[in-house]
Design a protein around this ligand. Structure first.
Ligand SMILES: NC(=O)c1ccc[n+]([C@@H]2O[C@H](COP(=O)([O-])OP(=O)(O)OC[C@H]3O[C@@H](n4cnc5c(N)ncnc54)[C@H](OP(=O)(O)O)[C@@H]3O)[C@@H](O)[C@H]2O)c1
Length: 327
């Protein structure tokens, strides 16, 4: 019998794991296995910044396995404005989850990092060996340092206690249940929301920058399958990049085009090159993942985007659009 606790189970990635576990055939590769109980915890069940609340959450569910997603997550603006909050909240959450997993005898723990934690000046493509080779970008150093320390802690737990703790490094994620708050959203949900408002208000859809930068985006439901596979099959402390291939980079213009199409937006649509573009590319290699997982099919980008936009339109009132969100 195993109990898999997903911290941050109500966010973008947590909801995607829940969707996959509940919709894939029971006993299939990514479906629920006999004897498994999955628990998707929100912050309301326990604020993981607080050690006592973390202890109570683990006492309640007695997890044998943990997928640790809970984090304070935000876009560039929020990361720049609240550096200490991003550093401190994430450090506390991670320390409490790792330590509580250790003292309660959790058999396996996967924590979620991000390609944002990589050094600002680094040789591309990113791979699993380069996390600590230099300082992260100044804009998100609070979040990045807090996340990097999880890899340090994983190695220390393994060396001192033999713990089976590891981490996953996804690239940019998007999908149903994303954060669409224009103050803190990542690029895809932010552009979906902006385009939606432009259509509703009859105003132009203007995208900051040239539209030329390239990024690797992973659909949350594909990522969910990779997490489920990693939980069952990958027993190494070294992190694992969970991403589409470098050859599947898409430009911000391709993203915006796909959003315009998915929302059937017919108004004025332009780029504002006076706004900063950010880095042109930040490719990450998924070679290690592919060498281990064997066959895996990623959802084509446009299909994944269509599904995400459809979810947004159907769930606009309940979605995180900023009305009730304060980072
Ligand atoms: N989104 C991306 O593009 C991206 C890219 C790379 C890596 N990641 C990583 O992926 C993981 C999941 O991200 P996401 O996009 O799914 O985030 P998200 O949608 O913002 O969800 C965050 C989750 O964490 C929970 N949480 C936040 N603060 C908490 C606290 N103090 N105690 C307990 N739970 C707390 C939230 O609970 P409530 O719902 O109750 O607030 C929510 O379930 C994170 O570790 C993030 O760093 C994300």
């Amino acid at each position: 019998m195993s109990v898999i606790l997903v911290t941050g189970g109500t966010g973008l990635v947590g909801k995607a794991i829940q969707h996959v576990i509940e919709t894939e055939l029971e006993g299939s590769r990514f479906g629920k296995k006999p004897g498994e109980t999955w628990v998707f915890a929100s912050s309301k069940e326990g604020d993981l910044r607080d050690a006592e609340q973390a202890r109570k959450l683990f006492e309640k569910y007695k997890p044998t396995h943990v997928i640790h997603l809970a984090a304070l997550v935000g876009g560039l603006f929020a990361n720049m404005k609240y550096k200490l909050t991003f550093y401190r909240d994430n450090t506390l959450i991670n320390d409490n989850v790792l330590y509580t997993s250790h003292i309660t005898g959790v058999k396996k723990l996967i924590s979620c990092l991000s390609t944002c934690v990589y050094p600002d000046k680094v040789e591309y493509p990113l791979d699993e060996t380069k996390i600590h080779l230099g300082l992260p970008h100044e804009s998100n150093f609070g979040y990045a340092h807090a996340k990097r320390m999880v890899d340090v802690a994983n190695h220390a737990y393994k060396d001192q206690f033999g713990s089976n703790f590891t981490s996953a490094i996804p690239t940019n994620i998007f999908g149903p249940h994303d954060n669409y708050d224009l103050e803190s959203a990542h690029v895809i949900p932010a552009l979906v929301h902006k385009c939606y408002l432009a259509k509703k208000n009859g105003t132009p859809f203007i995208i900051g920058g040239t539209g030329k930068p390239l990024r690797q985006f992973i659909y949350s439901r594909d990522l969910a399958k990779l997490f489920i596979w990693q939980l069952r099959e990958y027993d190494d402390v070294e992190p694992l990049i969970l991403s589409v291939g470098e050859d599947e980079e898409v430009s911000i213009k391709q993203v915006a085009d796909a959003i315009v199409k998915a929302l059937d937006f017919k108004g004025e649509y332009a780029f504002d090159p006076s706004r900063a573009d950010g880095q042109f590319r930040k490719p990450a290699s998924n070679k290690k993942l592919l060498s281990l997982i064997g066959d895996f099919e990623f959802t084509p980008f446009e299909q994944a985007l269509d599904e995400s936009v459809k979810w947004f339109l159907e769930n606009y009132d309940a979605a995180r659009t900023g009305k009730k969100n304060v980072v």
